[in-house]
Write a new protein. Structure first.
Length: 333
């Protein structure tokens, strides 16, 4: 049935282009969805019922919709950099035929057709006509009409929500794995991440006797932003027995230089080296910062932003890097 729907839609798209009109048509038979589905804990029930071994499978996505996927997808578009990374880690790289404008990892992803970012190039997606579209909760809230077009064209739409913790990231990896027939691979990735994180947590708990205060800077001056609670960076610092200098803040917040200097951090971590040249030198040379312990002792480091903010398999690399930079005497071999 899906093949018939896709051929029919391709014909319709060609006709629409020639007439310069948009005609809403299609079929609802490709998906079985309940927008009033159960809460997110139904995801685990779905995993038990389907066991990720055969199709059709039913998942509960992050819009709380129960989505039935009749066949293992052969072509996929991913309109979020983190989902693209997850898909490649699951071994689905050769199935990705469309990716977001902001994808930068792995390198192979750069060769794939861009299909949009926060705004989706719906016409292009429909011309590619993938079996599955991995979208975000932002797309679900702001572009419901576009997603409906995709579904009417026979595309399985999976909403992958925002993640602010390792548990959220694990859930995204496992959900994408179930939806794409790579449940085993997803479990292996999550298990590896958990084991490596536990190793770091145990080693830090045993060896750190003097906790260091860390200032995290996610954007440079004059508008300096940091990460408080409910962010990956905060969870990472807690995991290695470090103190987040902005632990009394929530989410991503702006602070002025006087406030930051008064925090007196032992270590400063910047995450914007991908667009600012020599960020550590800029911090070290700031007027009025000379007596800050981190500056005085040269403990200012830049890390790859994607490994500490992007909810995907590389988050564990971010934790390992922070551990080595902040407590080199313990973690650096």
């Amino acid at each position: 049935m899906k093949d018939i729907v896709k051929k029919w839609w391709l014909f319709s798209v060609a006709l629409l282009l020639s007439m310069m009109m948009l005609i809403a048509c299609g079929t609802q038979e490709a998906n079985t969805q309940d927008k009033e589905g159960a809460a997110s804990n139904d995801k685990m029930e779905d995993a038990v019922q389907n066991n990720g071994e055969a199709f059709p499978v039913t998942i509960t996505d992050d819009a709380n919709r129960r989505v039935t996927i009749d066949e293992e997808p052969e072509t996929i578009i991913s309109i979020q950099a983190s989902n693209t990374e997850i898909a490649f880690a699951l071994g689905l790289g050769d199935k990705i035929i469309g990716r977001s404008d902001y994808d930068n990892y792995p390198e192979e992803a750069l060769k794939i057709q861009k299909v949009g970012g926060q705004d989706i190039n719906a016409e292009l997606v429909l011309s590619l006509l993938p079996d599955m579209a991995l979208v975000t909760d932002y797309h679900y809230k702001t572009h419901p009409d576009v997603l409906q077009q995709f579904e009417e064209a026979g595309i399985d739409v999976i909403v992958v929500g925002s993640a602010t913790s390792f548990e959220d990231a694990y859930g995204n990896i496992e959900m994408i794995g179930r939806a794409t027939g790579t449940k085993t691979e997803a479990e292996e990735i999550v298990e590896d991440m958990k084991e490596r994180l536990q190793f770091i947590q145990d080693k830090a708990a045993e060896s750190v006797t003097d906790k260091k205060k860390v200032w995290v800077e996610v954007s440079p001056g004059p508008d300096i932003f940091t990460t408080g609670e409910n962010t990956f960076m905060h969870e990472m610092l807690e995991s290695i027995q470090a103190i987040n200098a902005a632990e009394d803040q929530d989410g991503w917040v702006k602070m002025n230089e006087e406030e930051i200097v008064n925090l007196n951090p032992d270590v400063i971590i910047t995450t914007y080296g991908y667009y600012v040249e020599n960020p550590t030198d800029e911090v070290l040379s700031r007027e009025g910062w000379a007596e800050v312990p981190a500056v005085k002792n040269g403990n200012v480091f830049d890390v790859d932003s994607d490994t500490v903010t992007r909810p995907g398999p590389r988050l564990i690399e971010g934790v390992e890097t922070l551990a080595e930079l902040i407590y080199p005497e313990i973690f650096k071999q």
